[in-house]
Ligand binder design. Structure first.
Ligand SMILES: Nc1nc2c(ncn2[C@@H]2O[C@H](COP(=O)(O)OP(=O)(O)O[C@H]3O[C@H](CO)[C@@H](O)[C@H](O)[C@@H]3O)[C@@H](O)[C@H]2O)c(=O)[nH]1
Length: 356
């Protein structure tokens, strides 16, 4: 168990105590547990909501940083009142610095990013700023205000892009094929720089696709789950897909946020690939989702080539042996279980809406 130095109570501008922390401190033979404080940026997304749940279940004081008005974030609704939520644009370094200085968190998880597959190629300059340069800015602010804070950066398998190696691991060369992947690599290198040159506890998670009922509806797993549930409830279905043969290494988001947390509990900071190591096609995804409701997906399917992306010459599939060995991490939810849960969640949502 890591032993961390306690720090002082922090106060807001009114002088009111905000949070008391720190982690686990040894007091003689007995171990006293104090509340750890974690900041999650980009907390309103799929991963932020699962990570907030995980941290709250582990008695953390959670501070969620969101970009828009807090009420906007439905995925956090069930947790309201259990954590602090602050609206801040991380590109505003002054505002970010004030928050970081005041909170002096034990852990910081950076999940803030542009993440839609529709925008992987769009607005390269903005993409570079938000998914790349902003992370370096954040690390620099942390270095000046709260260098003891442990930092975790959510990277992506898109960094491997047009790889020539399969499966990919932490030693595989990056070959990004879009500005999204390139920006994430900039962030990845920034994390390594602050770890090596400034001795900060900063980790990179190279996350392969991870899904859940909280995934954005334009992502392919959620699209298919919604279509299967609507077909099951005899509602009009638009299952319009780009490509049935595209393959992905799909894991469950709840499992992946557990890996992020585990990284920050280690004696030393490092980088880890987080993946299942198993590929499935969009066709298999459709089969699992529709078979779960005893239907055939084919009559509902329309192919739209405009939704197709050039396939990778080598599929993106991760080797997470390092995370399994050093973090003791294993994915717990299988692909089929996850897709079936996603369909069940959509059926429940339809029924809830019908009952309102
Ligand atoms: N969205 C979508 N994808 C389709 C469709 N038809 C086929 N696909 C294929 O389905 C795969 C998964 O697509 P998405 O669910 O949109 O996710 P992604 O593009 O792989 O990106 C996600 O995962 C990355 C991790 O590798 C993340 O970095 C990224 O932010 C995002 O979460 C891709 O190969 C995509 O080409 C379609 O109609 N819609």
């Amino acid at each position: 168990m890591a032993v961390r130095t306690p720090s002082a109570e922090t106060k807001d501008s009114t002088g009111e105590a905000l949070v008391r922390h720190h982690a686990y401190i040894l007091t003689g033979p007995a171990m006293t547990q104090r509340t750890s404080v974690a900041i999650i940026s980009g907390a309103g997304g799929q991963d932020g909501s699962y990570l907030a749940e995980w941290l709250l279940a582990h008695d953390y004081h959670v501070v969620a940083l969101v970009r828009h008005t807090p009420a906007h974030y439905e995925r956090l609704n069930h947790l309201r009142g259990k954590f602090d939520i602050r609206q801040v644009n991380l590109r505003d370094s002054g505002a970010t610095e004030e928050i970081l200085r005041r909170i002096a968190a034990d852990e910081f998880y950076n999940l803030a990013a542009r993440a839609s597959s529709a925008t992987l190629f769009d607005e390269p300059a903005e993409m570079g700023m938000e998914n790349g340069v902003m992370v370096a800015q954040l690390l620099e602010t942390l270095r000046r205000t709260s260098p003891q804070t442990r930092f975790c950066q959510a990277g992506s398998s898109e960094m491997f892009g047009n790889t020539t190696v399969s499966p990919q691991d932490e030693t595989t060369a990056f070959r990004p094929r879009n500005p999204y992947g390139a920006a994430k690599i900039f962030a990845h290198i920034a994390v390594q720089t602050y770890r090596q040159r400034h001795h900060m506890f900063a980790c990179n998670a190279i996350l392969y696709n991870h899904e859940s009922p909280r995934r954005s509806p334009e992502m392919v797993t959620r699209k298919v789950a919604i279509a299967a549930a609507r077909a099951y409830r005899n509602l009009p279905v638009a299952l319009t897909l780009g490509d049935l043969e595209a393959r992905r290494d799909w894991g469950y988001a709840g499992d992946y946020v557990r890996a992020l947390w585990l990284m920050l509990q280690q004696p030393a900071a490092d980088d880890y690939v987080i993946a299942t190591g198993i590929l499935h096609s969009v066709r298999e995804l459709c089969e699992v989702a529709f078979e779960h409701v005893d239907l055939d997906y084919r009559p509902f399917l329309r192919l739209d080539p405009s939704l197709t992306r050039a396939p990778e010459s080598i599929p993106l599939v991760g080797n997470s042996d390092k995370a399994r060995a050093l973090l003791g991490w294993e994915p717990e939810v299988t692909f089929s279980e996850m897709i079936r849960n996603m369909v069940d969640a959509e059926v429940a949502a339809i029924d809830r809406n019908a009952g309102e």
